[in-house]
Design a protein around this ligand. Structure first.
Ligand SMILES: Cc1cc2nc3c(=O)[nH]c(=O)nc-3n(C[C@H](O)[C@H](O)[C@H](O)COP(=O)(O)OP(=O)(O)OC[C@H]3O[C@@H](n4cnc5c(N)ncnc54)[C@H](O)[C@@H]3O)c2cc1C
Length: 424
């Protein structure tokens, strides 16, 4: 048993005097640390992976305008914009290559204040970590939290191979399979498998650039998407139906590449040509959903991002929701002396928005599942009619500015005021 050192907890101190431990230096945890530090708190981040593993994550994700605006609040928006690809439109095609719909996103920058951006996960993480390091925020890598004990005035954390310590508050930003959640809330439902697995990567392929267009195909066997600009390789992803989440787990990366190639062999050009260049697919991602949790906090522990509300990738909002959660939680902590009030306000502000995103995500996911010939025909006919509704829902999500009004329109928000002053 490792000895216990005390990281800070002062009985009955107000929030600013507490050390705030964050479990997980993923997107949500890093943004939270940056924002808390800006607001005068002392965050302390614990990440299970090594620094190298976090930075070398190869896949990519697309950040919606609301997520990009959220990054502005921690001074990372411009750098992510420079490092990523502006995603100006999405084309949805059927298995024969017929375009069913085109979602124009070229006005995102002028309408919402930021464009949609596709960026490598490792690059996004590097930008956030370097910003933390530049601000002197402690990010401790190779530190997997293995035990959590919530006490009256502190939370005690234990690690597999380091001394235990205590923090004033603990934010669980440790993702879908949150260990903190399962320890603090052992009776909460586990995430359930949605029946889809995702994969993807970045590869050089000699195909025409799409100039900011993300082209997606509802293939006969699986869903495929890619984007390519002239000076960049191809960013591709797919998702396919599976009976269980372990269907391709542990598969040799060459065999997995072959399997995915086979799924898209009959797709319209250039899907097969892209996959021809893919030698290995290192990872696949079974996609999980989580039933709404009864509460997001208990005592001095609060859940954030995927740990609180896993959202599948089908609406491209999971990372943006983690970013928004981070901004709202930090504003609530800054506005209220009592952490219980802050946690309650955070949850009340976030739940309705998360519910809207979950609804949109489920709608989009249902179109990617395997179907009968008749089902596919109906989808091809109905999609162009139904899509405008989905687009309207999506655009409502993009319009929210958590960087300016984390506490809602008219909410007193010191953090938002500070950003406005800095920008003036
Ligand atoms: C296939 C796929 C594609 C996706 N595409 C998109 C997309 O295009 N756009 C989008 O917005 N979202 C997308 N998402 C969703 C998005 O990735 C997540 O919503 C987002 O990463 C959640 O961020 P987070 O910080 O809550 O958790 P995570 O990013 O999962 O971070 C959790 C962190 O906690 C660490 N950790 C875990 N356990 C411990 C522990 N015990 N101790 C210390 N550290 C720990 C992990 O190592 C990790 O670094 C996609 C998801 C999938 C599966």
């Amino acid at each position: 048993m490792c000895p216990m050192t005390d990281g800070a907890a002062t009985p009955d101190a107000n929030n600013h005097e507490l050390t705030i431990g964050i479990c997980g230096a993923g997107i949500g945890g890093l943004v939270l640390a940056l924002r808390l530090a800006k607001l005068g708190f002392r965050p302390n981040l614990f990440e299970a992976r090594s620094r190298e593993a976090a930075l070398s994550e190869g896949e990519f994700l697309t950040l919606a305008p609301n997520g990009m605006n959220g990054l502005r609040a921690v001074d990372c928006c411009d750098e992510v914009l420079r490092a990523g690809l502006e995603t100006k439109a999405i084309a949805l095609c059927n298995a024969r290559g017929r375009r069913l719909a085109l979602v124009d996103q070229s006005d995102h920058r002028s309408t919402f204040g930021a464009p949609s951006v596709t960026v490598k996960r490792g690059t996004l993480t590097r930008i956030l970590i370097e910003q933390c390091e530049a601000r002197g925020i402690a990010v401790q890598f190779d530190r997997r939290i293995s035990g959590v004990e919530s006490r009256i005035h502190s939370v005690s954390l234990s690690f597999l191979d380091a001394a235990s310590l205590s923090v004033g508050l603990l934010v669980a930003a440790d993702g879908l399979r949150s260990q903190v959640r399962s320890q603090v809330f052992p009776d909460f439902p586990a995430p359930h498998f949605t029946g889809l697995i995702g994969a993807g990567g970045i590869v050089d392929a000699d195909i025409p650039a799409t100039d900011g267009l993300m082209r997606m195909t509802f293939g006969e066997k699986a869903f495929f998407g890619y984007i390519k600009t002239a000076s960049y390789p191809v960013y591709w992803f797919n998702s396919f139906a599976a009976d269980n989440p372990d269907m391709v787990r542990g598969m040799d990366p060459h065999d997995l590449a072959d399997r995915i190639r086979e799924m898209h062999a009959d797709d319209p050009f250039p899907n097969a040509a892209i996959l021809q260049e893919v030698e290995r697919v290192e990872r696949s991602y079974p996609i999980f959903d989580m039933p709404p949790l009864p509460t997001w906090s208990k005592g001095r522990v609060v859940l954030l991002g995927d740990a609180a509300h896993a959202i599948g990738p089908h609406a491209g909002q999971g990372a943006s929701m983690a970013i928004e959660d981070a901004l709202v939680l930090s504003s609530c902590l800054a506005e209220t002396i009592d952490h219980s009030d802050a946690f309650a306000r955070y949850e009340a502000l976030r739940r309705p928005r998360i519910e809207r995103v979950v609804k949109l995500t489920r709608q989009n996911a249902s179109r990617k599942r395997k179907s009968t010939r008749l089902g596919l025909l109906l989808r091809d006919l109905l999609l162009p009619l139904l899509l405008p509704l989905g687009i309207r829902m999506g655009r409502k999500l993009f319009a929210y500015r958590a960087d300016l009004e984390a506490l809602g329109p008219g909410g007193i928000d010191r953090a938002g005021q500070k950003i406005r002053q800095d920008a003036a």
